[in-house]
Design a binder for this molecule. Structure first.
Ligand code: HEM
Ligand SMILES: *[C@@H]1O[C@H](CO)[C@@H](O)[C@H](O)[C@H]1NC(C)=O
Ligand SMILES: *[C@@H]1O[C@H](CO)[C@@H](O)[C@H](O)[C@H]1NC(C)=O
Length: 316
């Protein structure tokens, strides 16, 4: 009887572990259930306590995951340091103000103590972003794990990141190239419900000619921010540490911070989506979580195409 129970539990755990495989990329839900059962709880505790002392890190973690996935896939390449003969992604102008690397190191150190060589840096970044969204009041969702860490990180690859000067058609095109619909692109842009942009990212909107897609009171707000210099921070919406629908309401008031934000309200295809999300936060949350899972699967490395780094800043 006891043995049968034990087998039953064992079998159902195995079903959980082997269920939900994601294509041929070697990822699955509960990937660490057997080989590092404490991985997710340890990560969650470490990220949560870091966010309690600095809530602005939530935005940083979500953005780090985006930049990691967009360049060469979700492979932890954003974490690699430049070396004597290689300039890394991190050192690109596109990296502007990326933060949170120390927290990733802390999580990695604890996971290496717990189960050496098992949990990849790419998975840590992906799971940390998911925790950041949940912690700041956004959707709570699960992501498949089992990503391997990549060995390439080159500054020139980062020119593929979308620019804040892109209009809606360009955003639709570049996200389309990575397999995202216009609606998914708008949902992902909703990540700008968290965090800030620096003056240098939007100051071109303030002069010759002043960007007409912007509300005139709001352009005074942005100018005031910029009087603090290029690095002065402007929150994307009125609740920079809360994941909510206020970003879309700001776009409706023509108070989007980046040109690439406001343009979503200027194109008929994306304007309808903005209006839906502004009205219906639950719909935004659902689309956002689905698009984030999809983004977290971009060009993931499997098997010998990757490794599990011992130190997230260096290839093994
Ligand atoms: C649609 C194209 C996008 C463009 C052009 C864009 C551009 C930018 C720029 C210029 C900044 C401000 C950097 C600074 O001045 O410090 C920023 C911040 C941010 N981005 Fe995006 N982004 C895009 C999409 C995304 C996506 C898909 C995500 C995540 C899913 C994301 C997450 C964030 C977050 C959370 C911040 C705030 C970071 C912080 O406060 O530390 N962005 N983005
Ligand atoms: C980003 O790149 C700049 C050089 O363009 C560099 O000075 C800065 O340290 C980099 N930031 C991070 C977080 O690595
Ligand atoms: C968007 O930008 C592209 C490239 O600069 C330009 O060709 C196109 O006309 C722009 N579209 C709109 C609607 O402004």
């Amino acid at each position: 009887m006891a043995l049968a129970n034990f087998l039953g539990v064992f079998l159902s755990m195995e079903l959980i572990a082997s269920g939900h495989r994601f294509g041929a990329n070697g990822l699955s839900m509960n990937y660490y259930v057997f080989n590092c059962p404490l991985a997710e709880p340890i990560l969650r505790n470490t990220v949560t306590s870091a966010l309690q002392s600095d809530p602005t890190l939530a935005a940083a973690l979500v953005r780090m995951h985006f930049h990691d996935c967009w360049i060469q896939g979700c492979d932890g390449s954003i974490l690699l340091e430049s070396t004597k003969d290689n300039k890394a992604e991190k050192d690109s102008p596109g990296n502007l103000s990326l933060r949170g690397f120390k927290l990733i190191d802390d999580v990695k150190e604890q996971l290496e103590n717990q189960c050496p060589g098992v949990v990849s840096c790419a998975d840590i970044v992906a799971m940390a972003a998911r925790e950041a969204v949940a912690w700041s009041g956004g959707p709570v969702y699960d992501i498949p794990t089992g990503r391997k860490d990549g060995r390439r990180s080159k500054i020139e690859d980062t020119f593929n990141l979308p620019f804040p000067t892109f209009n809606a058609s360009e955003l639709i095109r570049v996200f389309g190239q990575r397999g995202f619909s216009a609606q998914e692109m708008v949902a992902l842009s909703g990540a700008h419900t968290l965090g800030v942009a620096r003056c240098s990212s939007f100051k071109n909107r303030l002069s010759n000619p002043i960007d007409p897609t912007m509300d005139s009171d709001f352009s005074r707000t942005l100018s005031k921010t910029c009087s603090g210099g290029d690095n002065a921070e402007q929150p994307f919406d009125i609740t920079r540490n809360n994941f909510d629908g206020f970003y879309f309401q700001a776009l409706q008031r023509k108070a989007g911070v980046l040109f690439s934000d406001q343009t979503l309200y200027g194109n008929p295809k994306t304007k309808a989506v903005v209006n839906n999300y502004a009205l219906n936060q639950a719909m935004f949350f659902l689309d956002f979580q689905q698009a984030m899972v999809k983004m977290s699967l971009l060009d993931v490395k499997e098997g010998s195409k990757g490794e599990v780094r011992a130190d997230c800043r260096k290839i093994n």
